[in-house]
Design a binder for this molecule. Structure first.
Ligand code: ADP
Length: 268
């Protein structure tokens, strides 16, 4: 049995989310029209935070599943388990969300096994139906059910990209790193540092992002800039914080780490 990271919750306090463009309006319209949403964007750019913010704004429980390459349709839908009193059925996170209503958010959906598309397709189009093969049950999603998926189109290989037939069932939004001013505000707020330090880090982040096509598979995300700012706030020397939170997480190659630290030295 493959366990996956999952959680569901009513989000009690308003998550801090800095609107970037019209994403909230598009999401609300999709919700009102019972359409599923696909969010594409690089890692750490705010996709998950946005979904949490929208779940709170719409007063919906949020069921989050972090997809990985072993995640199967069974993991999403549910399975029979053996207990002291015999076998019993346990709903997976997708089934729970369909039964109880709420947002089911499949993070990095393209990582999941291909068989998941068989359950997602009828749920994502106007049938809004979940068929549970093992119990023969067919569930119609309630009005307050919404399917949201995300993935990072940057580092997927061709085989792992989302199939057009799946993509075309969703209202799709492209996220990217925020503008300079927005990102400074996010880093300052999330790390509790002043805007001067946040601006220095965001400038450094931009410089690293310009290296993307050279040596790095992924670039410095907003998340990493926030981690760095938190470490500096906690008293770690700037260079050490940048090494631990930016350079080392971005690459395993010692030479590339050294090159990234040269960029750090230009900025601090
Ligand atoms: P991902 O795109 O990988 O789902 P997250 O939503 O987890 O990324 O974002 C990483 C972190 O960056 C968040 O925990 C949050 O601190 C911060 N963040 C990114 N974008 C925003 C935003 N627009 N508003 C508020 N915080 C943001």
């Amino acid at each position: 049995m493959v366990m996956q990271e999952q959680s569901s919750a009513i989000i009690e306090t308003t998550p801090y989310y800095q609107n970037i463009t019209n994403e909230e309006e598009i999401f609300r319209q999709a919700w009102q029209h019972q359409l599923p949403v696909l969010i594409k964007g690089p890692t750490g750019c705010g996709k998950t935070r946005f979904v949490q913010y929208m779940a709170h704004a719409l007063n919906l429980p949020l069921y989050t599943v972090a997809c990985h390459d072993d995640l199967s349709a069974t993991d999403l839908v549910g399975r029979h388990l053996i207990g002291a009193d015999g076998t019993w059925w346990q709903d997976g996170p997708l089934t729970r969300a369909v039964r109880e209503g709420g947002i089911c958010y499949l993070d990095e959906v393209v990582e999941a096994r291909q068989d998941t598309t068989v359950v997602l397709h009828p749920l994502a189009d106007d049938r809004r139906e979940l068929f549970i093969e093992r119990t023969g049950e067919s569930l119609r999603a309630p009005d307050n059910f919404m399917l949201v998926v995300s993935y990072n189109p940057g580092y997927q290989n061709l085989l792992k990209g989302m199939k057009p037939s799946t993509r075309q069932r969703f209202v799709a939004m492209r996220f990217d790193y925020p503008s300079f001013e927005q990102e400074v505000h996010i880093v300052a707020t999330e790390a509790g540092v002043d805007e001067k330090l946040a601006a220095q880090l965001v400038r450094l982040g931009h410089a690293i992002r310009r290296l993307e096509n050279h040596d790095l598979e992924e670039v410095a995300s907003t998340r990493l800039l926030i981690f760095t700012a938190r470490m500096i706030k906690a008293g770690l020397p700037v260079r050490q914080a940048c090494m631990a939170c930016l350079a080392e997480p971005l690459t395993d190659d010692a030479q590339t780490v050294a090159a990234l630290m040269d960029v750090v030295d230009v900025h601090f």
